[in-house]
Write a protein that binds this ligand. Structure first.
Ligand SMILES: [Mn+2]
Length: 350
């Protein structure tokens, strides 16, 4: 199915071959989960070139592909296969090649090389039912780790303790790993939207932002929760409720026919009306799937369609005071969104 859609796209673009080098695109089209290898696809053939470390795994996973075992530097094998497959106009993924790699391909491959952009990324935007099953699994793991971490957080432990415990719990719950290096930012550091965990000690009166997720069967979750340890400053409490309202209203707004750009503007206008627009210093969200940040991005003017997955993550960050971000992952559905991270979002004061 995925291969068929890709071939349709190639024929529309006048390409009789495609070289796939990006790891997520390679996995999406072939089901091969290894960390090295390339796909060569023509109208009649589909080959996966891997080195000897991956031959058995590739044969097991990439059922629609002919596996070609090659030396670790795949250049000669790619050149030979393009020749054998009779490819005259080969598309390559311009967003994912280094200049060095491109020059090697240009100097060796005997075919016209055609730059392409986002062909497979675009196919990845609308999730299949099977992909949604994995994404629900990834979200549930993060949700359970969040419930657990609430029993761990107390004054005296460090941000790094929290990060390590989140990762450990998610792996015990079935994650193959964390989706990112968790963001754990407490007190004044919560004003840093991407404050990675440090040795800072959690203190009474701190507000604490945690942004983390799990990888489950290749698919990612990405959630952010902000909570307080002891009574937080009054202004941060007020900001918390405004950010939460922005999140909830944005979720109501996310539906087929609306563009990510419109959703972003809606959230920005909402925060502006409350006087906090200038402290919302990033975008409203991003596509999520095999990769943590994938299409559609918040600047996209292509409308949402059913079964796209998007994060919604308004935030307000005030230097010297602190910050609040709350993030949910949603699946766009005909009448509203399916929230993959549904845990209660009223301000928790530990
Ligand atoms: Mn995110």
């Amino acid at each position: 199915m995925k291969l068929r859609k890709l071939r349709e796209k190639l024929s529309q673009l006048g390409l009789d071959g495609m070289l796939v080098t990006n790891q997520y695109n390679r996995r999406y089209i072939s089901d091969f989960t290894g960390s090295a290898g390339v796909l060569l696809i023509s109208p009649s053939e589909a080959k996966l070139l891997v080195d000897g470390r991956y031959t058995d795994q590739a044969m097991d996973q990439a059922k629609e592909f002919e596996i070609v075992q090659s030396p670790r530097n795949l250049l000669q094998a790619i050149t030979d296969q393009v020749e054998q497959m009779g490819i005259k106009r080969l598309g390559y993924e311009a967003d994912h090649l280094s200049v060095t790699q491109f020059n090697q391909y240009k100097d060796n491959i005997n075919a016209e090389l055609a730059a392409t952009s986002k062909i497979i990324e675009t196919l990845r935007i609308v999730k299949t039912e099977d992909e949604l099953v994995q994404m629900r699994g990834a979200a549930q793991i993060a949700e359970k780790a969040f419930q657990h971490i609430l029993t761990v957080i107390k004054p005296g432990i460090t941000e790094r303790d929290i990060s390590a415990e989140l990762i450990f719990q998610m792996q015990k719950l079935g994650a193959s790993g964390p989706a990112n290096d968790p963001i754990v930012a407490s007190g004044w550091r919560s004003a840093l939207p991407h404050g990675r965990a440090t040795d800072k000690v959690i203190e009474n009166g701190d507000i604490l932002t945690m942004d983390f997720g799990a990888i489950y069967n290749g698919y990612l979750s990405d959630m952010t929760r902000t909570l307080a340890i002891g009574e937080p400053p009054a202004e941060l409490k007020k900001i918390y409720n405004i950010v939460l309202d922005t999140l909830e209203h944005s979720k109501e707004k996310a539906m087929p026919g609306v563009t990510p750009r419109e959703l972003d503007k809606f959230a920005r206008d909402y925060l502006d009306a409350q006087g906090y627009g200038k402290y919302f210093i990033h975008s409203i969200g991003h596509g999520l799937g095999l990769d943590l940040h994938e299409d559609p991005f918040s600047s996209s003017e292509e409308v949402f369609e059913e079964n796209m997955v998007f994060t919604i993550e308004p935030g307000v960050y005030i230097s010297g005071l602190g910050g609040v971000r709350i993030e949910d992952d949603v699946v766009i559905k005909k009448d509203g969104v399916e929230v993959l991270t549904p845990s209660n979002k009223k301000l928790i004061i530990l």
